[in-house]
Design a protein around this ligand. Structure first.
Ligand code: SF4
Ligand code: FES
Length: 218
């Protein structure tokens, strides 16, 4: 069974005994939504690479193993209950600038009419695969949200549609990230290793360049 099905079984046992089930986050259970979390034996999303907790299976463990399950740990992700943490700080970073403004007057240019190089579209798409799970924060000794924020900045920074608001976007998203209490990046790289979507550290370098340019250009 999957790891979350194991927790379902655990909870069915509690419910049968009229006891409180263990609270944990989940939704799609197919690695898409980013709702599942869990620090499993000290690693965000458990011992496998390139998957979210909902894609982890019990065959990864041996019979009789003791499995330690904790909520993601970060000051900016306060625990709601048991294994569920509040990751709305990510929503507020996204709301600060993770969008583009589109002219809806009737003269809107069809997106398919705007030429974009294959390299840029691939890099942008890769950045856009971030599911906002927060494993990067949980993996980081500084509880930094740089990989998440950089993915969200990069997906627009690489496209012509994102260039117009690029300066304002990166400044606002970084400001919100700092306001939420996330730590800074010290290039350890644990975030990239634990990220279920393989978001590259190169995005952090790109965000830093975008930030420097925005600070210089105003
Ligand atoms: S960068 Fe990776 S680990 Fe961080 S929120 Fe996005 S998908 Fe999750
Ligand atoms: S429940 Fe949606 S990614 Fe795990």
């Amino acid at each position: 069974m999957s790891f979350l099905e194991m927790l379902d079984v655990l909870n069915e046992g509690f419910v049968a005994k009229d006891e409180e089930p263990v609270v944990f986050d989940h939704d799609c259970r197919e690695g898409i939504c980013g709702a599942c979390s869990l620090q499993i034996n000290g690693e965000p999303h458990g011992p496998d690479r390139g998957i979210a907790t909902c894609q982890l299976h019990m065959r990864k463990f041996n019979d009789g193993d003791t499995i330690v399950i904790e909520p993601f740990r970060a000051t900016a992700f306060p625990v709601i209950k048991d294994l569920m943490v509040d990751r709305s700080a990510f929503d507020r970073i996204q709301q600060a600038g993770g969008y583009i403004s589109v002219n809806t007057s009737g003269n809107t240019q069809d997106a398919n009419n705007i030429p974009i190089s294959k390299e840029d579209s691939d890099l942008s798409f890769n950045a856009a695969t971030c599911i906002g799970c927060g494993a990067c924060v949980a993996a980081c000794k500084n509880a930094s949200a740089m990989l998440f924020t950089a993915a969200k900045v990069s997906q627009f920074a690489l496209l012509p549609q994102g260039k117009l608001e690029a300066n304002r976007r990166v400044l606002a998203m970084v400001e919100q990230m700092d306001k939420e209490g996330f730590g800074n990046c010290t290039n350890t790289g644990a975030c990239e290793i634990e990220c279920p979507k393989g978001i590259s550290l190169e995005n952090i370098a790109r965000m830093n360049r975008e930030f420097m340019a925005a600070t210089t250009e105003g």
